[in-house]
Write a protein that binds this ligand. Structure first.
Ligand SMILES: [Zn+2]
Length: 102
C-alpha cells in the first residue's frame, strides 16, 4: 500500500482540522464496547480514547463522515494509508487540535 503524497496528506489534515473545528459538537468521547469509534448516518462520531490509537480512530471515523458510501474495508485502507503518511509533527498537531474539543 503506497503512502499518500505530501500534499494529499496535508489536505487530509486540513480537512480533519476543519471537521474538529466546525463539527466538534458532533464528536464525543466515551468508552465503547467492541469498537474504537463509531460514526452514525447523522455524522455523529464517538471516539473511545481509553483504547489508544486515537489519531487512527479519528481519521477512521472522519473517513466515514466524509464518505458515507464507503465500505468498511475502504475506510480501513484509508486509515492505514493516512497513518503511514503522517509525519510525527502532523500527528502532534492533530492531537493538539483534538485537545481543543476534549
Ligand atoms: Zn469503520
Amino acid at each position: 500500500m503506497s503512502k499518500f503524497s505530501k500534499s494529499e496528506t496535508y489536505n487530509y489534515t486540513r480537512r480533519l482540522y476543519r471537521l474538529l473545528k466546525n463539527h466538534g459538537d458532533q464528536i464525543t468521547f466515551r468508552k465503547l464496547r467492541g469498537a474504537y469509534g463509531v460514526c452514525d448516518e447523522d455524522g455523529d462520531i464517538v471516539i473511545d480514547i481509553s483504547r489508544g490509537q486515537t489519531v487512527a480512530t479519528l481519521f477512521h471515523e472522519a473517513a466515514h463522515f466524509w464518505n458515507q458510501d464507503w465500505e468498511e474495508e475502504d475506510v480501513e485502507r484509508f486509515e492505514k494509508r493516512i497513518m503511514q503518511s503522517l509525519t510525527t509533527r502532523q500527528i502532534r498537531n492533530v492531537l493538539k487540535s483534538l485537545g481543543n474539543i476534549l
